[in-house]
Design a protein around this ligand. Structure first.
Ligand code: ING
Length: 320
């Protein structure tokens, strides 16, 4: 075990820029105006990085099913920056603040991803992450009060999880449902991640099992706090919340420390900026002690983690 060898502080002042609803009738330009106003609020508070929600440019369109998917092409971006988002990139560069932004991506060869871009303070695009864990369903379910047809509108990415050098540290990204899977955090933990950026759109009603609804906020914090602590990393979770086209979605955006403590949390379900000073050296307190992965992990006995998709059992209960 390495022991705690914290160097000189490496503080990144991080902002979480929560959005309230984007209604179907709201155009991209109005969303970008809101995002730009949030970016200026973050910069005014001295933030070097501002994190925006998942699919931050449009209403959450997977809540409707359409037979001809090409009729939803206007919800996707073909380039990033795109003409509609260029003002946000310009404002960020002018304020020397970096950002991550969730958006629907339609590639030139016709692939559709739920994506997130990371942009440094000089305006450079550091990376684009594409959502790995796609929740919901792939075909129309007319009996539902609202659809959650992400598996119709987005392909799961086969690129996995990356970690990039930016903002003086090791930065990773995940999107919404990704945050519920421990594999997400550990894949980045094994790349030395120090700060994970996550946007989410989470309806308060989980139609397959309504008994989970009352736990929406608890489960949101639980998974991100656990992932942060078990990998010794900061986690920033940012909602698009509030009542969007009559569907109420969880807000509770938060900035979480490597200890698992919540450093800041929003108090509204609307457009709101919260800020925290994240000393990335804090990660070493956990990555060099309890969660010294190289010293304590046993991949040689974790074979099921990558060889199996679902749970397998034997009738007599003996291990497979
Ligand atoms: N949303 C969800 C999430 O994992 C979901 C899936 C929908 C969970 C409804 C609970 C209720 O937060 C996305 N966009 O992944």
């Amino acid at each position: 075990m390495k022991g705690v060898l914290r160097g000189a502080p490496r503080v990144v002042r991080v902002a979480a820029a929560q959005m309230g609803p984007i209604q179907r009738s709201d155009d991209r330009e109005s969303a970008v105006r809101r995002l730009t106003a949030l970016l200026h609020q973050a910069a005014d508070q001295g933030a070097q990085l501002v994190v925006f929600p998942e699919l931050a440019l449009t209403t959450f369109f997977p809540r409707w099913f359409v037979d001809d998917i090409s009729s939803t092409d206007h919800y996707y971006e073909r380039t990033m920056p795109s003409p509609a988002t260029q003002p946000l990139f310009d404002a960020a560069k002018q304020r020397s603040i970096g950002f991550s932004l969730g958006f629907a991506e339609l590639t030139s060869d016709g692939h559709r991803f739920n994506s997130q871009v990371l942009v440094e303070r000089d305006g450079r695009v550091v990376a684009t992450y594409r959502k790995v864990h796609i929740p919901g369903h792939a075909s129309n379910e007319p009996n539902r009060a609202f659809q959650h047809a992400e598996r119709y509108y987005f392909e799961p990415s086969d690129e996995g999880f990356g970690v990039w050098n930016a903002f003086g540290g090791r930065i990773g990204m995940m999107i919404c449902n990704d945050r519920r899977w421990p594999e997400t955090y550990r894949e980045m933990g094994l790349q030395g991640v120090e700060l994970i950026l996550c946007g989410y759109n989470t309806p308060l009603n989980y139609l397959p099992d309504p008994s989970q609804d009352r736990h929406a906020g608890f489960h949101n914090s639980l998974v991100m706090q656990a992932g942060a602590y078990q990998n010794g990393t900061f986690v920033v979770g940012v909602a698009k919340g509030g009542i969007e086209e009559s569907v109420d979605s969880l807000a509770e955006s938060q900035i979480i420390a490597p200890s698992g403590e919540i450093l800041a949390k929003t108090v509204s379900a609307g457009d709101e900026v919260i800020v925290a000073d994240c000393d990335l050296e804090w990660c070493k307190n956990y990555q060099n002690t309890l969660f010294d992965l190289d010293y304590y992990r046993r991949p040689e006995v974790y074979r099921r983690h990558t060889s199996q998709r679902g749970a397998h059992t034997r009738a007599d209960g003996s291990p497979l």
